[in-house]
Design a protein around this ligand. Structure first.
Ligand SMILES: NC(=O)c1ccc[n+]([C@@H]2O[C@H](COP(=O)([O-])OP(=O)(O)OC[C@H]3O[C@@H](n4cnc5c(N)ncnc54)[C@H](O)[C@@H]3O)[C@@H](O)[C@H]2O)c1
Length: 312
């Protein structure tokens, strides 16, 4: 049994991680400012500190007595990073540096950190599939900050001896996902419209292609990396390698909800959108020995079951 700090533990991915850690018998403290997360996402057995990762003092205090830190807190919104550039930078990069810094000071030996990076940092690199050695081409402030977190992770490792592992998450979906999430909020939006008998709206021709990963599959890598910290500030794609278009997603969602749906088209968002984002999971599988094996159909079924309990 260990004591872990989870930043952003009241959010979508964080709350699933907290559940898994508690089920394995660990003690969990969450640091969250509840900006997008909800305290009701958190099991009672977890302790909640209401605080801000961009505050170094709050970060250092939360880290005291911990054996490791999972860092998931971020303003995970490309739109917010456009509207409020300075603040998102303060949280997404500044907060991450605070985490690494607190991890080096908290005990005699630095404690391990596992953090969420993002596949969004590949930007408009058209390679299919995208591997960890594909060139990052970040297009937005959010993506630049995520890439910078990886560079600072190497500093944390090389200069300060903090064992750090990063995961470039692709489009994670599942129960408790945020409808406003740029990654998989589309599933919530489609489902609620289909359930209300309204048409779904896709950007452009709806042939944007994504690599959807079930949240339960993501958690297993985070916990495995914490259990066996590795040197070198390594980063891994977390993806299935399977391409799904937004049109396919709309059809599958309607099929699983046993409803008919019409599809209407809207102009793409102002920052443009990446047409194809599909990851190469081979390095992940070689290191950890298991794949993201929940099929989109099964994962979507679980997600829709939860969404139905949320939709009036
Ligand atoms: N969902 C995805 O598909 C996806 C893909 C790639 C990367 N990520 C990354 O994974 C992590 C978790 O994402 P998520 O989808 O669960 O998002 P989320 O918004 O549900 O969770 C983020 C959590 O961080 C908290 N938070 C935000 N700012 C904070 C601050 N200043 N101090 C303390 N807490 C703060 C929020 O309240 C929330 O609980 C993020 O780092 C995100 O960038 C997610």
């Amino acid at each position: 049994m260990a004591r872990y700090l989870v930043t952003g533990g009241c959010g979508f991915i964080g709350s699933h991680l907290v559940e898994r850690l508690l089920a394995a018998g660990h003690e969990v403290t969450v640091l969250d400012d509840l900006s997008t997360g909800k305290s009701e996402n958190l099991p009672e057995a977890a302790a909640l500190i209401y605080g801000d990762v961009s505050d170094p003092q709050a970060m250092a205090e939360a880290m005291a007595g911990q054996d490791g830190c999972f860092h998931l807190a971020a303003i995970a919104s490309v739109e917010r990073s456009r509207e409020d550039w300075a603040r998102t930078h303060q949280v997404n990069l500044g907060g991450t540096i605070n985490v690494f810094d607190a991890a080096r000071h908290v005990a005699e030996q630095p404690i391990p950190v596992v953090y969420a990076s993002s596949a969004a940092l590949y930007g408009d690199n058209p390679a299919v599939p995208l591997s960890e050695s594909s060139e990052p081409r970040p297009l937005t402030a959010y993506c630049v900050d995520k890439l910078a977190c990886e560079h600072y992770a190497r500093v944390a490792d090389r200069i300060h001896g903090v064992p750090v592992t990063g995961f470039r998450l692709f489009n994670v979906y599942g129960p408790r996902q945020h409808p406003a999430s740029p990654y998989s909020g589309v599933i919530s939006l489609f489902a609620s419209r289909i359930l209300r008998g309204e048409p779904v709206t896709v950007f452009g021709d709806g042939e944007l292609v994504r690599d959807f990963v079930y949240v339960g599959d993501v958690i297993q890598y985070l916990t495995a990396a914490m259990a066996q910290p590795m040197p070198g500030a390594q980063v891994f794609n977390v993806c299935t390698g399977t391409a799904t278009s937004v049109n396919q997603l709309a059809r599958l969602t309607a099929e699983l909800l046993e409803k008919e749906t019409a599809v209407t088209s809207a102009p793409p968002p102002p920052e443009g959108d990446i047409r194809v984002s599909v990851g190469d999971p081979r390095r992940l599988m070689a290191e950890f020995g298991f794949a993201c094996d929940t099929s989109l159909r099964d994962g979507l079924r679980k997600t829709l079951k939860w969404l139905k309990t949320q939709t009036p």
